[in-house]
Design a protein around this ligand. Sequence first.
Ligand code: HEM
Length: 411
Amino acid sequence: GPGEARMTLRLPKEYTARKPGLPFDPAAGQAELGAQGPVHRIELADGEPAWLITGHAEARAVLADPRMSSDRFRSERAMSKLPPKLRKMLTEQDVRAGNFLTMDPPEHTRYRKLLTGQFTVRRMRQLEPRIHEIVTDHLDRMIAAGTKADLVQAFALPVPSLVICELLGVEYDDRDEFQERSATLLRLDTPTDDLVRASEELRAFMLDLVRAKRAKPTDDLLSGLIEAAPDLTDAELVGISTLLLIAGHETTANMLALGTFALLEHPAELAKLQADPALIDSAVEELLRYLSIVHIGPVRTTLEEVEIAGVTIPFDSTVLVSVPMANRDPRNFDAPGVLDVARPRPSHLAFGHGVHQCLGQQLARVEMTVGFAELLRRLPGLRLDLPPSEVPLRSDMLVYGVHRLPVAWDA
Ligand code: HEM
């Protein structure tokens, strides 16, 4: 999952760090290249060459191209760069099982079909009132506790984590443990040994969950998967569950927190949205485009030499799609640098494109529409509780956002 990519890729700061005072704009290095053309040869922090795709059409082409592999593990070159302990952990068969984000067709196709069969309209509808309750619950607690909070800890992180609990059918008594485990895995500067241990502990938790669902199925995605495909092994089900957690938790959490920060820093847009709550759907799409939190990927490896926009990318190269630049390509968007909550449905790439396009996007949309709408309705006077330049940014993380967002409101 994204966690693995974080461990396997390091970019020079110029491609990740934001310009002072411009936390929502693409990193300077990406922006400079994007102004020159759609495809660029860059160097990773370890000096290895890589290709950065900054054009919208070119990004779509890369993500739809079967010669672009999502399986970094098949590249000996990429794997040889890793610390041996990490390499061993990442390439163990049990760890790879079910993690279809890093598989190519036809292997990927089998899992994807099984999962699509579980992300049904019916299940998403059933989840909606639960998402509402989870959001309301956390806002109640924030409001009961005073007039200040760190929005990341009090709201943005726990809400999507509990939604995954609902999806997977984690029992109420186990949810604290579930949230603790996933928090460790998401933490920034975790040393390799601790990461390996945290990942093993999470897998042990998931294995217990899988066994419980086999013994006593309930009306959740995991039970549904077991019923639809009884031949899935425990390791595969653990891998699928872990992927859903990692792919769904950090992303949605950062959209909620960074999205709130962006709205607070664009008071005219915030006022528009508060005056007309029907704008929430377009506001969510625009925030997805404008913030592009997957800011140094998706990542692919070429299975053969590929030419994109006249640039030849050799066999076994690392290709990074710049979602932030693709989503601000002036060929595709009017005034791309402007946050416009009423922008008519932008065709952004925030959820990717092609066979790996985000499986959880409908769920993520519900979480964001309910999350933002309720937050603004319950706390109409919400404000930052520190100067905007002091908000700690997740520049060096694979998923961009904020580490903390201190906010305040009137009693
Ligand atoms: C894939 C973004 C929320 C599950 C992806 C990809 C992107 C993305 C860009 C494509 C990766 C690639 O091509 O390599 C986001 C964003 C989210 C979000 C921005 C929140 C705003 C979720 C949620 C879930 C989820 C809530 C599930 C509960 C997945 C899965 C994949 C995926 C399973 C892999 C699909 C595949 O390989 O076929 N996501 N995601 N995502 N996402 Fe999301």
